[in-house]
Write a protein that binds this ligand. Structure first.
Ligand code: ASP
Length: 482
């Protein structure tokens, strides 16, 4: 490998994990593994003396990473802060079990990062002949001082394991014993380490120029759970009633679907409206994302105020919630920010424009809404309009509902032609004495009409015979992140 003359400086932060474990009883290889001090381990890594780097060690409380904890994440962040100026990069030696949580947490705690933070470990202890530890460690040290090895800088918290370099907050542990223990199923790898190290510069984040600092507070009163067929309202009720609970991430089926029975939905509704919890919906699938409204089985969740965690990993959704609540935001801001990419942890930003009505209208003109700062129409990937609980007057037993939605065309009325480009579309449904939920994709029309710097103004016109009452109208815009 080509090296550069100036010696890079790397701080190695050792937290424990298999990489540094030895049998608890000396001489008994069958006794359980516990982390050992680096002093006892360095004889297994003479190669570290050969690497042309100035490496310093910071040994933390050594733990099996099953004991990892938010306070410990803050401690690691503080060590990095206290040494930030002195080093080119940081390598964190960590157990594999909770490595993805730690990498994710650091990605949020370390603000305006412009140096590499590489988290690594191994499946076999460094003292075992077939161990993967040395390769992982040496590659990580190399990545932490990229200038010394003429490599591109990765100013991110990443996981380096076996032959891949992965964005930490996208990573999952995919094997409990294989050397290829980690993957980012919803994001390309940042690089590959074989005979050469190849960095995929197109997908790495830019170094920040805003000045590094750390966040030091994480809210622990959050919860992550899976729904499953037969989950009872009592279980939901007791979870949502936990004293002090602030937010819940729950993993649903497929594209964000959950049971539609009244008891289940009642508990969700109570959690959002009465208990004021932030509820975030992510998928149990490894790949793909939540698209609430695609099926009826998710449209109601969205109507009840559950928010989409799009394609975040469980680790990312949970820790991001700890982070946002820890910043002291109110629940509405937490919900809004959960839907925006902050550290490359999700593939799209979600913008919601919400209108409430509740009375029967033939013509509804919504107040104009400001386009959020940073909104870029070129990045729109999908837009849909949803109108909840549309209903006709009591005397009507059955009839068609047709609601035309116009944007930035305040003079729109019953006679306006729906083929003009300012018409986002016509939502249709059959009313049968029961309110109906209507949804329509309008990506192209929205993109054509939305104008940077101009607020958006919506007019909803009933094209059917009667006035239509509806509860809420929502325009959800998904934009890709850079
Ligand atoms: N239990 C260990 C840990 O996470 C497993 C490992 O490191 O592979 O600390």
């Amino acid at each position: 490998m080509a090296t550069n003359n100036s010696k890079g400086k790397v701080l190695m932060i050792y937290t424990g994990g298999t990489i540094g474990m030895l049998p608890k009883e000396k001489g008994n290889s069958l006794s359980p593994l516990v982390p050992a001090n680096w002093e006892k381990l360095k004889k297994f890594a003479p190669v570290l003396e050969e690497i042309p780097l100035d490496t310093e060690l910071h040994e933390m409380d050594l733990i099996d990473s099953s004991d990892m904890h938010p306070d410990y994440w803050v401690d690691i962040a503080r060590v990095i802060r206290d040494n930030y100026e002195k080093f080119d990069g940081f390598v964190i030696l960590h157990g594999t079990d909770t490595m993805t949580y730690t990498a994710t947490a650091l990605s949020f705690l370390l603000e305006n990062l412009d140096k590499p933070v590489i988290v690594t470990g191994s499946q076999l202890s460094i003292g075992t002949p077939r161990s993967d530890a040395l390769q992982n460690l040496v590659t990580s040290l190399t990545l932490a001082a990229p200038k010394s090895f003429n490599l591109p800088l990765i100013p991110e918290v990443c996981i380096c394991f076996n032959n891949v370099i992965l964005r930490g907050n996208r990573a999952r542990k995919v094997s409990s014993s294989g050397y290829s223990g980690f993957d980012t199923p919803n994001y390309p790898s940042l690089g590959k380490a074989g005979e050469h190290i190849d960095i995929n510069t197109k997908v790495i984040r830019k170094p920040s120029t805003k000045g590094f600092f750390i966040n030091e507070s994480l809210e622990k009163n959050v919860m992550l759970f899976d729904i499953f067929p037969g989950i009872s309202p009592e279980i939901l009720n007791s979870v949502f009633s936990i004293d002090g609970l602030k937010g819940v991430v729950f993993r649903t089926y497929g594209a964000g679907n959950a049971p539609t029975n009244e008891d289940f939905l009642k508990e969700i509704e109570k959690a959002v409206n009465k208990k004021n919890l932030a509820l975030v919906n992510i998928t149990q699938c490894n790949q793909g994302m939540v698209e609430m409204g695609l099926y009826d089985a998710s449209a109601t969740l969205s109507k009840l105020g559950v928010i989409s965690g799009v394609d975040m990993t469980p680790e990312a959704a949970l820790v991001k919630m700890m982070f946002l609540l820890g910043l002291g935001y109110d629940i509405e801001t937490v919900k809004d920010q959960m839907q925006k990419d902050l550290r490359g942890e999700q593939s799209v930003d979600v913008f919601n424009f919400v209108y409430e009505n509740g009375k029967a209208d033939k013509l509804y003109k919504a107040p104009a809404k400001q386009l959020p700062a940073g909104f870029d129409k070129e990045r729109i990937v999908s837009t849909n309009i949803r109108i909840d609980e549309a209903a006709l007057p009591k005397e009507v037993k059955q009839a068609e509902i047709e609601l035309a939605v116009f944007m930035n065309y305040p003079s729109a009325d019953e006679n306006t032609d729906t083929s003009i480009s300012q018409c986002l579309g016509v939502l249709k449904g059959t009313y049968n004495e029961e309110p109906v939920n209507l949804i329509l994709g309008c990506t192209e029309r929205f993109r054509q009409v939305v104008t940077p710097g101009r607020p958006i103004q919506i007019t909803i016109v009933a094209k059917n015979e009667h006035a239509v009452r509806w509860d809420g109208a929502f325009i959800s815009v998904y934009t890709s992140v850079e």
